[in-house]
Write a protein that binds this ligand. Structure first.
Ligand SMILES: Cc1ncc(COP(=O)(O)O)c(C=O)c1O
Length: 346
């Protein structure tokens, strides 16, 4: 029998029992729809407690929408968004950011999945030239698509660069909890205090289901976003069930405990994989993902038992993600299967 948990994606994990309980707890009687209910008010209060006064959160269904709507709120169609060449917004959203914001996305090369000021500087040109799109947003992913984490000074430097030029810093925080846990910062310190203007806050990968939010760090930027969310088809009618999840995640440090756990499992996975001849860890393991180059012939054999994605075919690089529900036993059993399979082909 195949194992019930794999390392393919933190999206493949189930929903945390506390979150299921929270959904169940709000499943009593009727509540006004579209967010005008006590549960949503409570969740929004939690967001304010974490991110501080003047922050405004808007609940949406998924991360792609959080990114798209963040861009739409801050741009016109002649603007550009500078992002990493591996950014989810650029590679994995089927062109939704371009379609719905109308903006051009300008991908730039990265170091370990991270944008640098130097790289952004090279993409920042054509200013005031009517033939060129005008850079308006720098978008970074935290933690990154390759499991690394921007350091405090790296985010601050990008924010400074953006703000000195009248641009905004957007953070795709599908895994912001993992990043904050890794940096040993609270959510506000990991975002707003570093100069981020708008955050796509991820809940789904950290134990929720279909629960994300756009968080603005100034009310001015949030102006009219209510209309944009509705027009963008992201206003949930029975919002209480999504709000309850985010409320639970933001209570009693559940966000942090889940993130710390998945990060710790990734470190364990890395340590164990390093012992296997023929496997090379490709990026620093700073959050909940491990990227490894492995003997090409082992890939399909491992996949017969464990579903996962090949990150880079050319380099035979695979992506293994840990989740809030990954156990040490899962890691040990997986690693011994990998070791055996790699040993057979190596
Ligand atoms: C970096 C990143 N951003 C955003 C998303 C949001 O995706 P979705 O629209 O599937 O919720 C994901 C999901 O895989 C992601 O990895």
């Amino acid at each position: 029998m195949k194992p019930s948990r794999s390392f393919a994606s933190d999206n493949n994990a189930g929903v945390h029992p506390k979150i299921i309980k929270a959904i169940s707890a709000v499943n009593e009687g009727h509540a006004v729809g579209y967010g005008d209910d006590a549960y949503t008010k409570s969740a929004l209060r939690k967001f304010r407690e974490h991110f501080g006064r003047g922050s405004e959160a808007f609940i949406v269904f998924n991360g792609t929408a959080a990114n798209v709507l963040s861009f739409s709120a801050l741009t016109n169609s002649y603007h550009a968004v500078i992002c990493a060449e591996a950014a989810h917004v650029y590679v994995d959203e089927c062109g939704a950011p371009e379609k719905f914001s109308g903006c051009k996305l300008v991908p730039v090369p990265t170091v370990s999945g991270k944008l640098t000021v130097e790289a952004v500087q090279r993409a920042y040109h054509g200013i005031g030239d009517q033939h060129h799109v005008q850079p308006r947003i720098i978008s970074i992913t935290q933690s990154t698509e390759v499991g690394t984490v921007y350091k405090v000074d790296e985010v601050k430097a990008l924010a400074r660069f953006a703000h000195e030029r009248g641009m905004f810093l957007h953070m795709d925080g599908a895994r912001i909890a993992n990043a904050a846990a890794s940096l040993k910062l609270n959510l506000r310190q990991a975002t707003r205090e570093l100069g981020v203007d708008v955050l796509s806050f991820g809940g789904t990968k950290n134990g929720a289901m279909g629960a994300e939010a756009v968080v603005f760090f100034s009310s001015e930027l949030a102006r009219d976003f209510l209309y944009r969310r509705k027009q963008g088809m992201q206003l949930a009618s029975k919002m209480r069930y999504i709000s309850a999840q985010l409320d639970a995640l933001l209570s009693d440090d559940l966000w942090l405990r889940n993130a710390r756990h998945s990060n710790r499992m990734a470190k364990l996975l890395e340590r164990e994989l390093k012992e296997i001849p023929g496997i090379e860890i490709a990026y620093k393991v700073e959050a909940n993902g491990v990227f490894a180059r492995i003997p090409r012939h082992a890939i399909a054999k491992i996949q017969q038992r464990y579903f996962f994605y090949v990150w880079d075919e050319a380099e035979a690089m695979v992506r293994w993600m840990c989740s809030w529900d990954t156990t040490e036993e899962d890691v040990k059993v997986f690693v011994s299967f990998v070791a055996k399979t790699v040993g057979e082909v190596f």
